[in-house]
Design a protein around this ligand. Structure first.
Ligand code: J2J
Length: 541
């Protein structure tokens, strides 16, 4: 079935017309984009995964085959398909197959477990789940069994590798069939994950038109060419390595995407040397881990650009990149909801190290407001709101949350506190949303709190960030016991893991307390809790 309008608020027609007239939206689909690159660069290498090297023509042929395989399994236009693959070439084969069919990938991460995957499947009424058998020592069989046993709408589980009782991915590899009718460029292309700040994860509906605009402009800003070799060290399904400029930017430009199976310096440096990688992207702790592994006997001389984003890269760290790694730093402040900011290659050093960049587009509307909704003076911190040609107007199937997260005139409340320089560069100063940014991995406080509240010995829970030298932030859960038995921290952590919560969301610290501080309006005083735990930890040092 086709998407119905009520699934999410799209761009108002007046804006869509404006974005088309300005040439931002070109009427191409992501499948068309690949076809254009096949026509121009067919014999060049598109994807490298270990010993596998696929040209553009091969990637295209394979994805057409997989599209036919999926069609034979009954997957059709508009169907949601939860995709949970590590950094392997099958990811791109499948994504383009789904784009061609007009089916909607839901981009889960390898770290997700039953709590997340079950929710994505149910909330989107997914008909299929595609997962790899093993990654980083974890066997996904049990997860897949649990999901297929508990989600009635799910008809098919497809597994890459030893598939057991599931459909082996190799079964999808049939000769391409008749070209399926192309999706509309204004259609929903996929659902991306939001870092979120609410009890349930939010899904982000992106259209072909809007996403391709951000991909094309990102490729231009990052000067990608057919000679570019981009290393995917972050999880390939995340918005940053997918589109800023990421793998899709590289496919648009005719370059080569190299997949790293893990982001350790050993793996990454070896691939940079072997594949002559020119650009890669990292979150701050990863960039620091790479810097800490220097000097290396590997030849990193091909590398030109290190992009860092996903969390604040402190100015002291930022200053180390060029002298120590010998490459240009590019800061990237983006969000899967849309808006992406880059420092530009010709920016002076103090902008590159001291800001998080400026928006992709002159059509990105930026508002920085104080608590009462008034514009703040230049250079002062305030709430960042944004609207533009590639920023969503609402989450998927979340009408109530959309009332809060978007203004009546369609601005997205990012929850980030930023200031703006005279030249229009943004500096991330903090956050107003109840979220922990654990080295780029986003954790919604309320989601973890809800899981804690399900424990019989927990009366109340508040999850807050605590500063961490390496990760930027870690997670601390404060809990008030129910009755006389104090729950033990290790027991609560095991409880969350057993409930199928992704490991990165399990609190690093658990503190059992008698009560929470409260704000004057009676809400839990999160900032007081944050201060209390930071001070207690400092006293310990
Ligand atoms: C501080 N905070 C940042 C930065 C993101 C490119 C790059 C990153 C993402 C991403 C992305 C930050 N400094 N440089 O999608 O295309 C925090 C902000 C933001 C949230 C979005 C992309 N870069 N952040 O990180 O959807 O709080 O996207 O609102 O995962 O990460 O998270 P996410």
């Amino acid at each position: 079935g086709r998407q119905v309008m009520t699934d999410f608020p799209g761009f108002p027609e007046e804006f869509a017309e404006r974005y088309r007239a300005a040439g931002y939206w070109t009427g191409q689909t992501l499948g068309d984009m690949l076809s254009a690159s096949v026509a121009a660069y067919g014999g060049r290498i598109a994807v490298v995964d270990g010993d596998r090297r696929w040209t553009y023509s091969e990637l295209d042929f394979r994805s057409r085959g997989v599209a036919e395989g999926l069609r034979r399994l009954g997957i059709e236009r508009g169907d949601r398909v939860v995709l949970q693959l590590p950094n392997i070439a099958e990811f791109y084969e499948t994504v383009f197959a789904l784009f061609r069919l007009g089916a909607i990938p839901v981009f889960a991460l390898p770290a997700h477990r039953y709590s997340e995957i079950g929710y994505f499947c149910r909330h989107t009424e997914a008909t299929a789940y595609i997962v790899a058998r093993e990654h980083e020592g974890y066997d996904y069989t049990e997860l897949a069994e649990q999901v297929s046993a508990t989600v009635p709408a799910l008809r098919t589980v497809i597994m890459v590798g030893e598939a057991g009782g599931f459909v082996p991915f190799d079964d999808l590899r049939v000769p391409p069939g008749e070209e399926p009718p192309a999706p509309e460029p204004s259609d929903l292309a996929f659902l991306q994950l939001s870092g979120g700040s609410t009890g349930t994860p939010k899904l982000i509906p992106r259209t072909h038109d809007d996403y391709l605009y951000s991909v094309r402009e990102s490729a231009r800003i990052c000067e990608l060419t057919p000679e570019s070799v981009y290393l995917v060290a972050l999880p390939c399904a995340h918005n940053f390595p997918m589109s800023s400029p990421g793998s899709l930017g590289v496919f648009y430009a005719g370059g080569t995407v190299v997949l790293a199976k893990d982001p350790t310096p050993g793996t990454v440096f070896e691939l940079i040397e072997r594949e002559r990688v020119t650009i890669t992207a990292a979150v701050p702790p990863l960039a620091l881990a790479w810097l800490a592994a220097l000097p290396t006997s590997r030849d990193l001389s091909s590398l030109r650009v290190l992009q860092v984003g996903g969390a604040k890269f402190g100015v002291e760290s930022a200053r180390r990149v060029r002298p120590e790694l010998g490459v240009r730093l590019q800061q990237v402040f983006g969000m899967a909801e849309g808006l992406v900011n880059y420092t530009r290659y010709d920016d002076p050093d103090d902008i590159v190290t001291g800001t998080q960049g400026r928006p992709i587009s002159e059509a990105d509307e930026i508002r920085i407001l104080d608590d009462s909704g008034q514009e703040v003076p230049e250079g002062r911190p305030g709430h960042l709101l944004t609207r533009g040609p590639y920023t969503i107007r609402g989450y998927y199937r979340a009408p109530e949350h959309n009332e809060e997260a978007f203004t009546a005139d369609g601005f997205y409340r990012t929850g980030d506190i930023v200031s703006r320089t005279a030249d229009g560069y943004l500096v991330v100063e903090g956050r107003a949303k109840e979220q922990i940014n654990r080295g780029g991995e986003k954790i919604a406080a309320e989601e973890v709190e809800n899981h804690l509240l399900a424990h019989e010995s927990v009366h109340d829970a508040a999850v807050v960030p605590i500063p961490d030298e390496y990760l930027g932030e870690r997670t601390c859960a404060f809990v008030i016991p129910a009755g006389d038995t104090k729950p033990r921290p290790i027991e609560l952590k095991r409880f969350l893991t057993a409930r199928g919560l992704a490991a990165y969301k399990v609190p690093d610290l658990v503190r059992v307390v008698d009560e929470f501080p409260h704000t004057p309006v009676g809400k839990v005083g999160r900032s007081a809790l944050r201060r209390a735990i930071s001070q207690a930890l400092q006293r310990k040092d």
